[in-house]
Design a protein around this ligand. Structure first.
Ligand code: ZN
Length: 200
């Protein structure tokens, strides 16, 4: 961030009075541009014994399988965003069954949420960001071709919890070793590196 979105003057990094960390502050209008974590919201769509996955048609992790998820938009609740993303990526209509996994990704300043969801019909198809959408039984899950650790972890929890018939909220912090030669350019790219997960 180089220029003020309020008045277009250059920004500097400084600690504002009464604050304790560096912020982007406008040199002209003094506006403080706070940057805070972003929320990614998605679903774990289920039909009978099977779960729905989308094959990514876009980078990062093109060709890998994922749960439908994306950035929460202004004006949405987290479950509304999850339903919207499920429609956009899988053209699937779902009924939300409650929040299931929450991942803190402090290194990339994101929080990822997945809701358990019931597919309302089988009229799903690939949305623009997907090349294929299909249902998988537990035995069919392509564990080596999953796009992101948050997806693997949500599926692992789900198949274990399903044996018990209860689905408590699962909260994890995902961290990974920084590769100094590499600058993550996209949030999801960073999460694709091997994380060190801590289960709560
Ligand atoms: Zn300004």
């Amino acid at each position: 961030m180089n220029y003020c979105s309020q008045c277009a003057a250059p920004l500097i990094r400084k600690i504002p009075d009464g604050d304790d960390r560096l912020r982007h502050v406008c040199t002209a209008c003094r506006h403080v541009h706070y940057q805070n974590p972003r929320v990614v919201t998605g679903t774990l769509p289920v039909h009978g014994e099977r779960v729905l996955l989308c094959k990514r048609a876009i980078a990062p992790r093109l060709g890998f399988w994922t749960l439908p998820a994306g950035f929460l938009e202004n004006g949405e609740s987290t479950d509304e965003g999850a339903v919207r993303e499920t429609w956009e990526e899988a053209l699937a209509r779902v009924e939300i069954n409650g929040l299931y996994t929450l991942f803190n990704l402090p290194q990339i300043a994101q929080v990822h949420l997945f809701f358990r969801a019931r597919l309302l019909n089988l009229d799903f198809a690939a949305g623009v960001e997907s090349s294929e959408v299909r249902l998988f039984s537990e035995a069919e899950i392509p564990w080596q071709q999953l796009a992101f650790p948050v997806v693997s972890s949500t599926l692992r929890h789900y198949f274990a919890d399903r044996l018990q018939g209860s689905y408590p909220l699962r909260i994890e912090d995902l961290r990974w070793e920084r590769d100094p030669t590499r600058q993550p350019t996209a949030a999801h790219e960073a999460t694709a590196q091997s994380p060190k997960a801590r289960s709560e």
